[in-house]
Design a protein around this ligand. Structure first.
Ligand SMILES: [Zn+2]
Length: 250
């Protein structure tokens, strides 16, 4: 069966002599993999359409009893070449794509998450502040996938967040100063300013999101909070975060 879908290329790797194995996040089908036959030789059918970050229309051929789709050709809709021109933008882009690859369930349509990814990559390509965009993306993407941390009330006593709270990664929420118990491990503290920014970034129109100007301290608190949160969801650290930390101080 032949079909086409809008997709964002997450990664592509060489397969055999001339093919490519492509992982993409699509509007209609969520995360999928496909083989592009002869992709390294046929510029006419693929061009640069299978490069990471590219927003394209993929022409697909699906065969029964075969897990992998066949990608017949790719039309580029938006190229994101400026992302790779800058080390910090490329590093942030790599974390965004890894979050999608690790968290999005294969074959499950999530049009809102797809549009969020397309939107954030476009802003990144346009030169908006990379680390800010990463924070916005992880806040909204995790929520759309059902992993929204609970930051507005204490998990234990239910009191509304006020003053400094402590993030509890295993439970995916915060504890107030009365309920937090020191285990001796370093605690991820989160201020009212960071919690306020979190809910603004979650609810604000994407068109206006770049008007938010959080402080560096708020960005760092949310970095620690989400790094702990994703670690507990995935059971591991994202590989690309290490590279990001080596190219900028977050
Ligand atoms: Zn409490």
């Amino acid at each position: 069966m032949r079909s086409k879908t809008e997709a964002i290329i997450i990664s592509s790797m060489n397969l055999g002599e001339a093919d490519k194995l492509v992982t993409f996040f699509s509007l209609d089908r969520g995360m999928q993999k496909g083989v592009a036959k002869n992709a390294r030789k046929s510029f006419r059918r693929f061009g640069a359409g299978l490069e990471s970050f590219t927003y394209c229309r993929l022409h697909l051929h699906e065969r029964e009893h075969q897990d992998l789709l066949r990608i017949e050709s790719a039309d580029i809709l938006t190229q994101a070449s400026a992302i790779c021109d800058d080390l910090q933008r490329a590093a942030v882009g790599a974390v965004i794509l890894e979050l999608v690859r690790e968290l999005a369930p294969p074959g499950e349509r999530n049009a809102t998450a797809f549009l969020l990814l397309a939107n954030v990559l476009q802003l990144l390509n346009r030169g908006e502040e990379p680390v800010f965009l990463l924070r916005v993306f992880e806040i909204r993407f995790l929520s759309l996938l059902g992993y929204q941390p609970k930051l507005d009330h204490c998990l234990s006593c239910g009191r509304q967040s006020a003053g400094e709270m402590v993030f509890h990664g295993m439970k995916g929420g915060v504890l107030c100063s009365d309920c937090m118990v020191s285990s001796g491990d370093p605690q991820v503290r989160i201020s009212p300013g960071a919690i306020g920014f979190y809910y603004q970034a979650l609810r604000m129109d994407m068109d206006k999101i770049c008007r938010l100007k959080p402080s560096a301290a708020i960005m760092q608190e949310l970095d620690r909070t989400f790094s702990d949160h994703t670690f507990h969801i995935l059971g591991k650290r994202l590989k690309s975060t290490e590279f990001l930390r080596s190219v900028c101080s977050i």
